[in-house]
Design a protein. Structure first.
Length: 119
């Protein structure tokens, strides 16, 4: 008996560009959410399977793109350092995820029709 075909995965990939720079996109939102959970850039990068350098570059781009920082870092010490998502960063996460849900809901009929056309 042949294996059952997997159902199609439908995901929106919203990106916000400022000139040539991608200020915000799905990977950056995933990183912010991972930092929110771990309170550490190192742990967040590891959780997402990305290098620390890549994670740092994504954060640097976001911090330079927005009027206020999306994360703040604390230097190491006796208790160690850490990274925390700022209030602006949390607002960005919430608004981005809400926009994703709204876009998916608005396009559901057409997306389902497109998925039905797949092999």
């Amino acid at each position: 008996m042949p294996p059952r075909p997997l159902p199609p995965e439908i995901r929106f990939r919203i990106r916000i560009r400022k000139g040539e720079t991608i200020a915000l996109g799905p990977g950056k939102i995933d990183l912010l959410e991972a930092i929110e959970r771990a309170a550490s850039l190192t742990a967040a990068a590891k959780d997402l399977g990305m290098s620390y350098r890549r994670a740092w570059l994504l954060l640097d781009t976001m911090n330079r793109s927005f009027r206020e920082p999306v994360v703040e870092t604390a230097a190491g010490g006796v208790r160690g350092g850490g990274t925390r998502v700022t209030a602006v960063g949390r607002e960005i996460i919430a608004r981005y995820r809400r926009a994703e849900r709204a876009a998916h809901k608005a396009g559901k009929r057409d997306l389902d029709a497109l998925a039905a056309l797949l092999r």
